[in-house]
Write a protein that binds this ligand. Structure first.
Ligand code: NAP
Length: 344
């Protein structure tokens, strides 16, 4: 479809997001002849494209590369007729059907059913200079940028599985990796925590946070100011005037591994329910339906708990099946309405 046809057609289903949830929804919707349009936003392929090896996706006993899994999923969806279009949704008008999706390039897409599979993006910590240095020695993706830090001393911020994974990956390149965690207890799973703790090149700085990043776009990251307090969460204590220790360290790279925020800004002014953290809320029970009839949620955007590739694929397939049933119900209702009108 060219741009004009895309804008002039009322689509059966548009899937926003091309990560594992969006792809799984696309395979199911395409096989149901719904000719889905998949919108690939600013991070095409989603979080899996930033992962090296996926060891826990069913059916790959030797593991599979994240990028490979996504590419295969895209080919699978295309084989059944799903169409992929670049574009981020700026605004969604969901008060009337067909729904209208305004894209950042100015185009508008109309659709009867909408599957939101926009996932979540890396969270930033709010350190001084992070806007300036993101991409210049500061990164949210060790697998993307780790190889630039051969022989460097690097910091990893965070205490969850992402931070452990980043630290373990970086230890292949960096001279030393220091995990900076704001408390004295990791949130990471036992297995990941053990792997990181047992690694010779990985050290931990407990009860410590990153206050400021030193460097410039020309020189990259050259150091950082860390703050610590024996009771943890030192930045909060700074604000309340408590005695917090400051230390400057020389480092060549800093990696954030502090979790993710759901990509739901475009839904804020709609009747789709979002929780306090912005996660899309589906209705009670095992369904992907939302508070707006015809809008369905799938993957990390609606899942603050499991956040696994395999669960995202599962909810993606559910969203497509739910959308298909809903579209069939709409068709039956409109046929009945036409029959009543004809009788009158
Ligand atoms: P997470 O579990 O939410 O952990 C985020 C970590 O960052 C926490 O330790 C948190 O500290 C810290 N943090 C959050 N905001 C911060 C801030 N502003 N400043 C400093 N520290 C901050 O997120 P995640 O590690 O991305 O994991 C998310 C999910 O994906 C989990 O279910 C995880 O199991 C899964 N996952 C699995 C793997 C794997 O198995 N290989 C890899 C990656 C992710 P507090 O602990 O103090 O809250």
């Amino acid at each position: 479809m060219n741009d004009t046809e895309l804008s002039e057609t009322v689509h059966d289903v548009v899937i926003v997001g091309s990560g594992v949830a969006g792809l799984s929804a696309a395979v199911y919707a395409a096989r149901a002849d719904l000719e889905p349009i998949v919108l690939e936003g600013p991070e095409p392929g989603g979080q899996l494209t930033l992962t090296t090896e996926v060891e826990n996706y069913l059916g790959f006993p030797e593991g599979v590369g994240g990028m490979e899994l996504i590419q295969r999923g895209k080919e699978q969806a295309q084989r059944f007729g799903a169409e992929f279009v670049h574009g981020a949704v700026e605004r969604a008008a969901l008060e009337e059907r067909p729904f209208a999706l305004e894209l950042s390039n100015g185009d508008t897409l109309e659709t009867q059913a909408l599957i939101v599979a926009t996932g979540a993006s890396a969270r930033w910590v709010g350190a001084e200079n992070e806007d300036e240095l993101m991409g210049y020695g500061l990164s949210t993706c060790a697998t993307c940028d780790g190889a630039f830090h051969r022989g460097d001393d690097v910091l990893v911020i965070g205490g969850g599985d992402s931070a452990m994974e980043e630290a373990l990956f970086l230890a292949k390149f960096a001279d030393s990796v220091t995990v900076v965690h704001r408390r004295d207890e990791l949130r990471a799973s036992d297995i990941m925590a053990r792997r990181a703790r047992d690694h010779d090149q990985i050290e931990f700085r407990w009860n410590t946070e990153l206050l400021e990043i030193h460097g410039s776009r020309d020189d990259g990251v050259t150091g950082a100011t860390l703050v610590s307090h024996p009771d943890g969460r030192p930045k909060e204590k700074l604000d309340s005037g408590e005695d917090v220790e400051h230390e400057d360290v020389d480092v060549g790279g800093i990696f954030y591994g502090v979790g993710h925020v759901p990509n739901t800004t475009f839904l804020e002014d709609t009747a789709v329910d979002l929780d306090d953290e912005g996660y899309l809320q589906t209705l009670e029970g095992m369904t992907t339906e939302t508070a707006v009839d015809g809008v369905f949620g799938a993957g990390d955007v609606m899942d603050p708990d499991y956040r696994q590739a395999v669960t995202a694929a599962g909810t993606g397939s559910m969203a497509a099946l739910d959308a298909e049933s809903w579209l069939e119900e709409q068709a039956v209702e409109s046929e009945a309405a036409v029959a009543v009108e004809a009788d009158d």
